[in-house]
Design a protein around this ligand. Structure first.
Ligand SMILES: [Mg+2]
Length: 465
């Protein structure tokens, strides 16, 4: 391996970039090209001290002649909005929003006029233009997915993985927690929860943290008779979710009984987190968090606000957090660092959980994590429905997170065929509860275009062209 690159090499690779046929499924060949460029950088960095610093050919191309965005596309694949940003350099970047949100497509395309002609490697400048028009979940998803695609492009242009552009790697393996891969439970008696915990320990992924719904989350409330004194009011969502109100003593006791059984099954080798709402009133949240203290939970999430509430009640969270040793967590609905400021500065929670696909992207999440670390607040990002591109993004930013990082929420894709159309992830993806950090350029994953095309709707059939 040579440790110096001469000018003719640069010119040759520059021409190769320009000559890529846009009608060909070119991502695999480009991946190889980027890897070759990266190898040049690595060779230089490991060479003798006198070796001059080398810049990869593609990066020189970007700096000298610029690179321009020529198109922003959005296709709905399996119910998930997938974003493709196309450039005049023959490279493209991909992002993905949460599944089950096909309605996001026009919100993604709304930003097209704002980013055409921009240099995608100036991620921050483009975000300045578009971030001001997003909002709390789900209306920050379009901006966030575009941000993923911009970083993907920036990494590919420089021939480096995105974590290098986010400040570099802290860790080689990123921990994830499981809320997506379900283990069968045969009933709602304590013995069923014990058995569930025992079976969870056998999962081949070796997850070290699991999150379960209680309280008003995931129809849990409707599974318990007399759970709340407010069960006669209509729910806030057409799917029967979104209730809030005072819990009965029976309701509180059922949660405690089931948590005790889950912990008995899981043992102390697997941390248990609870997704609790939102919807609890402050007094109930304080009572529940206190009575759960003996179980050493990882956290109680979204007890008061969260999910889709477009606000945070920071002062109420302050009172809750100071009332208990159970770590209090919220944040999946947050958009932008500015909306995290009050929670962080008031120490309103012990753990923040913004979702990079909703908060404004991976650099936004990194910024929030650093600021949280300065306030002794930990980070456990949400991400259950973010798909395989979202998974790749979590791993890249997770690698660069400060030491207050716990784990991100593992997103199992909504359809198995996603594993057949995306390449670049480790095999198996999760081992011992960890995902190995990719050194591929960009986010580290690519579509296998010929396989992926079959899942495009008629109106999106030109997505990869
Ligand atoms: Mg949640």
């Amino acid at each position: 391996m040579k440790n110096q690159t001469n000018k003719s090499d640069f010119s040759e690779k520059k021409n190769n970039l320009k000559n890529i046929d846009k009608n060909q499924p070119k991502r695999r060949s480009f991946m190889k090209q980027c890897l070759a460029a990266t190898a040049g950088v690595v060779a230089a960095s490991t060479g003798a001290m006198a070796t001059p610093r080398l810049i990869s050919p593609s990066f020189e191309e970007v700096v000298k002649s610029g690179i321009k965005i020529t198109d922003l596309k959005c296709a709905i694949m399996g119910g998930s909005a997938v974003i493709r940003i196309v450039t005049d350099a023959g490279i493209d970047g991909f992002g993905q929003a949460e599944s089950y949100k096909p309605y996001l497509k026009p919100y993604v395309l709304f930003y097209k006029d704002y980013i055409l002609g921009e240099d995608p490697t100036d991620v921050a400048r483009i975000l300045l233009k578009i971030r001001r028009m997003g909002s709390f979940k789900p209306w920050g998803a379009a901006v966030s997915a575009i941000e993923f695609a911009l970083w993907d492009l920036a990494g590919k242009a420089a021939g480096v993985p995105v974590y290098k552009l986010l400040g570099g790697k802290i860790r080689d393996h990123v921990r994830c927690y499981n809320g997506a891969i379900r283990v069968q439970r045969n009933g709602t008696e304590p013995k069923d929860y014990i058995e569930w915990g025992q079976n969870f320990r056998k999962l081949e992924q070796g997850f070290t943290i699991v999150k379960q719904a209680v309280g008003f989350h995931g129809h849990y409330d409707s599974s318990v008779p007399n759970f709340t004194y407010n069960n006669t009011t209509p729910s806030a969502s057409p799917k029967g979710r979104g209730r809030r109100g005072p819990l009965t003593e029976q309701g509180l006791n059922v949660i405690v009984e089931r948590v005790a059984a889950m912990k008995e099954g899981l043992g102390d080798g697997i941390g248990l987190a609870l997704d609790c709402g939102p919807g609890m009133l402050l007094s109930d949240a304080i009572r529940l968090a206190n009575v759960l203290e003996p179980f050493n939970l990882m956290w109680c999430e979204d007890m008061l606000t969260g999910d889709y509430t477009p606000y945070v009640m920071a002062d109420d969270y302050v009172e809750l957090t100071r009332s208990t040793t159970t770590p209090i967590h919220t944040g999946e609905q947050l958009y932008l660092r500015e909306n995290c400021r009050e929670l962080i500065e008031k120490h309103a929670v012990r753990i923040l959980g913004p979702d990079p696909a909703d908060v404004g992207g991976i650099a936004e999440l990194k910024w929030i994590a650093e600021y949280a670390d300065l306030h002794s607040i930990q980070i456990a990002p949400h991400g259950i429905f973010n798909g395989l591109i979202g998974l790749a993004a979590q791993v890249q930013v997770g690698a660069a997170m400060p030491e207050n990082y716990i784990a991100f929420e593992y997103p199992a894709p909504t359809q198995k065929w996603w594993y057949e159309i995306i390449e670049g992830l480790p095999d198996p993806i999760v081992k011992g509860g960890l995902v190995a950090v990719s050194d591929n350029p960009g986010l580290g994953v690519e579509f296998i275009v010929e396989e992926a095309k079959q899942y495009l709707a008629e109106e999106d059939k030109n997505f990869f062209d």
